[in-house]
Structure formats: C-alpha cells, structure tokens
Design a protein around this ligand. Structure first.
Ligand code: KG4
Ligand code: ZN
Length: 335
C-alpha cells in the first residue's frame, strides 16, 4: 500500500510517501520558521496561509521524486490534531479532497503518535514493547508502548513542555525563535560549575514533570547577573548551560525511573527536543548502565515531518481504519 502523508499542524508543511513493502519512498518539508521568527513565535493565521501555498507543490514534489502520479496512491493520511486549528484544516481538507477525487481511503492521525513511532522509519528500529519519552514544543510525556495504539501514559508535564521551556529561556537570553537549538549552542560555551538550577519534581516519586518554575528561576538568575553588571557573553552562556543541564537532568532522572518501574529495556526518545545532543549523550550513558538501548528518529524526523504521519497512517489503514467520506477532522486539542 502506497500512502501519502500530510503534516500541517504547526509551522512546518511536511509531505511524504510511505510504501508498506518498500518503506519510505520520498519526503519533503517546508519550514516556516524564518517567516515567524520576526514575531518571536508562530502566528497562526500566517501559518495556515503558508500551508495553503506550499502543500500542493510539495505533494507534486514527492510524487515526482518517487516517479509516481496521484493515480498510484492507495491512501492518504493527514495530521488531524492536536495543533493550530486553521493549519490542521489545510491538511485535512486537502487530504479529504484528494481522497474523494481519487476514490481512495483517507485517515486522520494523532500528531503525537507520529512522533512516538517516528523511530520505526529507521532500519535499526525498536521492537515492541518500549518506553518512550516524547519531548516537543507542546508535550512532555513518558509513555509505555506495547503495540500500535496500545499506549499508557506513565507521566507528563503538569505545566510547560520541555521545548516550550527551551523557547522561553531563549527569549530571556535574547535568542531567536525557535530557541531550543540556540540555547543548546550557547550552552556549549557555558561553564557547568558556575550556576546550578533546580531539577523540578525529582525529589518525590512519580513520573510527572514541571518546567514552569525553571523558567522563573532562569529569569531571576538573569536579572541578578544584570543587576550586578555581570551579564556578559560568558554569563549568558553559563545561564544557558545551567538551564540545559537542569532540563536534561530532570528528563534523564524520569526516564531512568520509567525504565526501572516498567522493567523495559528499550527507550524511544522523540519530538523536537530529542535532537538535543546533551540529552542524547546522557541517555546513552544511562541505558548502557542498565543494559538497555535508546532509539531515536534520524535528525530531520525528530521535529515535525510528513514521514511519521505517512507511517502511522499506513499502519492504521492496514488495520482497516479510515475516516468516513467527507468527515474531515481538525482537532486542536486532542489528549
Ligand atoms: O516536535 P517539534 O518540532 O514541534 C512540536 O510538535 O512542538 O518540537 C519543537 C521544539 C521547540 O520547542 C524547539 O525549541 C525544540 O523542539 N528543540 C530543541 C532542540 N531542537 C529543537 N530543544 C533543545 N535542544 C535542541 N537541539
Ligand atoms: Zn511535533
């Protein structure tokens, strides 16, 4: 089965072709990051409009790359949520319109299930069951994954997501949006011994996270340095380092707990923050100590992309799922 995947939940237009026998045939991405950067964050209306401009040319591009035409498609999968409602509607309406015209099945999938199973696109992929740390701009969750659609939530953030915390810390440090990669780059030059930030909710049992206090702590630290006339380039790097260490350490502590609690030996790390090099290094080390293994999607499939949506859609379509004709779904909040 050849499935076209469409992702338009936020600020990336992602399109891919997944063949259930041959694997990934083509994928293409258009990132709107530069367009939103001057506003310091994603502007929903601009995002929707840009998806309408980019989506059809991208679909043509992946078909051309794979040497296929629309008539060769067997099904279409799109991100039905969660995300920005206008942005989601562009993908949903396009998917449903094309599916109706081609008379093929169409299915809306959950964006986070896409992130969760993105490592399945790799040759060296994890077998079920596994534990998964989902860390993106909107989510921080630990999930036990027993099979397709068989998930239990082990813990999640009670306030800000880890990626959101990175983005906010970046803003405080005067770095451009999206802040995660920029904070990470600045942190490389930071002195790990100068400042120490708290590791929220690690002093009590449980697998939930909280990152909003860390945000306040970061702001206070910056103000203190500023008041002392010490907020130079090195001090900013030291703050970035302390912040990154605190987030990474917190994530690592909870992953360790999740592995111990479930007895699982495989850990999937996915979502935008899984691109963080320091996090990967620390998790590798933890896994080695426990005779466990960590799995990640390749770099460009850590952040939003069409391939993960095509993959999850294909698995669910194979299992017989599909939307009712004309019943497009755009669900901004979807647990
Ligand atoms: O999964 P994603 O592309 O979009 C959402 O579904 O949210 O994740 C984007 C998030 C942003 O908050 C971004 O700052 C963060 O992932 N991010 C990083 C890194 N690369 C992206 N955070 C820390 N270190 C990175 N290297
Ligand atoms: Zn995402």
């Amino acid at each position: 089965m050849r499935v076209l995947g469409i992702e338009t939940s936020c600020d990336e237009t992602g399109v891919a072709l997944f063949d259930t026998e041959r694997g990934l045939l083509a994928d293409a991405l258009y990132s709107q990051i530069a367009m939103h950067a001057e506003y310091g964050g994603v502007v929903p209306e601009l995002a929707s409009r840009d998806h309408t401009r980019r989506l059809l040319p991208l679909i043509q591009q992946v078909l051309d790359e794979a040497g296929l035409t629309r008539q060769d498609l067997d099904a279409i999968a799109y991100t039905a949520g969660p995300g920005l409602v206008g942005a989601l509607m562009v993908g949903a309406a396009t998917a449903h319109g094309m599916a109706r015209a081609l008379n093929i099945p169409v299915l809306g999938v959950h964006h986070m299930e896409g992130h969760l199973l993105a490592p399945m696109l790799e040759e060296d992929r994890p077998a079920f069951p596994f534990a998964a740390l989902l860390v993106s701009g909107g989510h921080t969750q630990l999930v036990e994954v027993r099979g397709l659609g068989d998930y239990s939530l082990l813990g999640e953030s009670v306030d800000d997501a880890a990626g959101e915390a990175f983005d906010k810390a970046a803003k405080m440090l005067g770095l451009a949006y999206p802040g995660g990669p920029q904070v990470a780059r600045l942190a490389e030059r930071g002195d790990p011994g100068r400042l120490r930030f708290p590791r929220p909710m690690t002093d009590r049992p449980g697998l939930d996270f909280s990152f909003s206090g860390l945000k306040t702590h970061t702001l206070t630290a910056i103000r203190k340095l500023e008041a002392a006339g010490e907020l130079d380039e090195q001090a900013r790097a030291d703050v970035a380092r302390a912040f990154e260490e605190a987030v990474v350490d917190t994530l690592v502590i909870k992953c360790r707990r999740a592995l111990d609690q479930t007895g699982l030996k495989r850990l999937v790390v996915a979502g935008g923050v899984s691109a963080n090099a320091r996090l990967r290094e620390r998790l590798e080390h933890e896994c080695e100590k426990r005779n466990a293994r960590a799995f990640y999607p390749r770099g460009r499939f850590c952040t939003d992309n069409g391939a993960m949506i095509a993959y999850v859609g294909a698995q669910r379509l194979l299992a017989g799922e599909h939307d009712e004709p004309g019943a497009m779904q755009a669900v901004p909040r979807w647990p």
